[in-house]
Every structure is written in structure tokens, then in C-alpha cells.
Design a protein around this ligand. Structure first.
Ligand code: BTN
Length: 267
């Protein structure tokens, strides 16, 4: 039995000071990121939450689709105006992924790790499986991160038969926990954690130490592909920088600082 969401139920679960105090729930939208971008243009405030039960044109990274059957997922976007220096542009994705991972552990009692740069997963009997992702969209103006939309998609109650066939590394909280998970309280927990992490980041504290602890990517041999330039690079991940860049040592001993890309763990 799938749970239902509505504006009241969502608001009741969000016990924050400012994040998600303005909630816009819609049963169906094209994409919460696109809708919130339009709303931001019309002037909604920082911290506004747009959430839906179904996206007709959900967006993943690199122009991919993000699709999920109705009422099976948490699909939402948040608006921020951080005015942080541009070197901190990745921090929002980092704190969002951390908040989701921490909330999954606390609310679902599942062990959750992150895959650089934006994937949230569960490490179970079959290894690490992706259950969620972050899509950050925004702009930098005069060296400052002005407006950012953080889109979060989490496979909550998706059955195995409805997961994307192409990926055998995808899973859901239902599959990992072996029972359905209520979405509104999980959302509430994410919002509380994210608000706190945002405030710490706003004071200039990098989320990297906490985030780094959860990264399954560190210490692994990986292949990184940049879908924009079609370039690829492989090597051993030695760690991350405070700004979130990945430190990759190639076979010639050169250290690369990588800002973005698609990671495949090769061993
Ligand atoms: C990824 O590629 O891993 C990121 C997926 C992000 C999906 C979420 S669902 C809510 C928000 N609206 C969108 O269109 N995409 C993001």
C-alpha cells in the first residue's frame, strides 16, 4: 500500500526554522527543478520547497531522465540564495547528499554511503546500491553563488520490477528494508539535517570531513568520464578537497583534481 502526500501532511513533518517553511505540493508536475526555477523568477523566498508525487519529465544529471512510478518516491526541489564564494559551489550538493544519507540511517535504520559526486546509496548484502541522487542547478555571478536549486530524488517504495532495467546498481528503501517506508517523516528528517548543515556551511565550515567519511569512492580504482567533453581518466581515488573536488592519482603518478564527472568503480 503506497502512502499519500498532501500539503498539510508535509508541513506537519517539517520542524525547521526556515527551510521548507513555504511548501508547494503538486500531485503531478513536469519537473520540480524546472517549476521551482520559474517560481524563483517570480520571486519566491529562499528555503521554498516544491514537492510532487509524480514527474512527467524528471531530470537527472547530464540530461538523463529521472523517472519513478506515482507515489513511490520523494521528488523535491529547494531554493537557496547562498551568496557563497564560487569555490563553495559544490557544497550544496555535498550537504544535500549528507542530509539524505543521515536521515536514511536515522529513520530507516539502514547503513548509507555516498558515491562521488552526488549519489546516495545503501550498502547491503549485494554491495552498494544507489537509492537517490542530487541535481544542483544554479548560477554564479561575479564570483558568488547567487541562486541554486537543489533537486532531490529518492527511490523510497519502488519495487524491483519498476527499477530502471539498465542499471543493476539501483535499489530502493523498500527493497533494502524489505518493508515500505513512510515518505513524509523521512522528508522531515532530511529537512532538519539539511537546515543544520546549511547553517554550518554558511558560517564557512566545509562539509567535506563528514561527507568524505561516507564516500565509498575513496580508496577505489575508478574510471571518470566527462560526458560533456567525452574525456575519461582512470586512477586511484586518494581523497577529496575541502571544495569537494576528487583527488585522483593516475598510473603515471600524476594527481588530478576533478570537479565533475561520472564515476565507475573498477576495483
Ligand atoms: C541524478 O542524476 O542522480 C540526480 C537525480 C535528481 C532527480 C530529482 S527528482 C526531483 C528533482 N526534479 C528533477 O527533475 N530532478 C530532481
Amino acid at each position: 500500500m503506497l502512502d499519500s502526500l498532501d500539503q498539510k501532511k508535509i508541513s506537519e513533518e517539517i520542524n525547521t526554522k526556515w527551510l521548507g517553511k513555504e511548501v508547494f505540493y503538486y500531485p503531478v508536475v513536469n519537473s520540480t527543478n524546472v517549476l521551482l526555477k520559474e517560481m524563483a523568477f517570480r520571486g519566491v523566498s529562499s528555503g521554498t520547497l516544491v514537492i510532487t508525487d509524480y514527474q512527467q519529465k524528471g531530470k537527472g544529471r547530464y540530461g538523463r531522465k529521472w523517472s519513478a512510478p506515482p507515489r513511490t518516491s520523494l521528488l523535491f526541489s529547494l531554493l537557496f540564495h547562498p551568496n557563497w564564494p564560487s569555490e563553495r559551489a559544490n557544497w550544496l550538493t555535498m550537504i544535500a547528499a549528507l542530509a539524505v544519507s543521515l536521515a536514511i540511517e536515522e529513520y530507516c535504520l539502514l547503513s548509507s554511503q555516498l558515491k562521488w559526486p552526488n549519489d546516495i546509496g545503501i550498502t547491503g548484502a549485494k554491495g552498494w546500491r544507489k537509492v537517490g541522487g542530487i541535481l544542483q542547478e544554479g548560477h554564479i555571478e561575479n564570483g558568488s553563488v547567487r541562486q541554486v536549486i537543489i533537486g532531490i530524488g529518492i527511490n523510497v517504495n519502488i519495487g524491483r520490477e519498476d527499477l530502471p532495467k539498465v542499471s543493476n546498481s539501483a535499489s530502493s528503501l523498500l527493497i533494502e528494508k524489505k518493508r515500505p517506508v513512510l515518505r513524509a517523516p523521512l522528508l522531515g528528517s532530511i529537512m532538519e539535517k539539511l537546515e543544520l548543515l546549511y547553517e554550518q556551511a554558511h558560517e564557512g565550515r566545509s562539509p567535506q570531513p563528514l561527507w568524505n567519511e561516507r564516500l565509498i569512492t575513496v580508496g577505489q580504482h575508478v574510471l571518470i568520464e566527462s560526458l560533456g567533453t567525452k574525456a575519461s581518466l582512470s586512477g586511484l581515488v586518494e581523497g577529496t578537497e575541502p571544495d569537494g573536488r576528487l583527488l585522483l592519482r593516475d598510473s603515471n603518478g600524476l594527481l588530478h583534481k576533478i570537479n565533475a564527472g561520472d564515476v565507475t568503480i573498477v576495483g
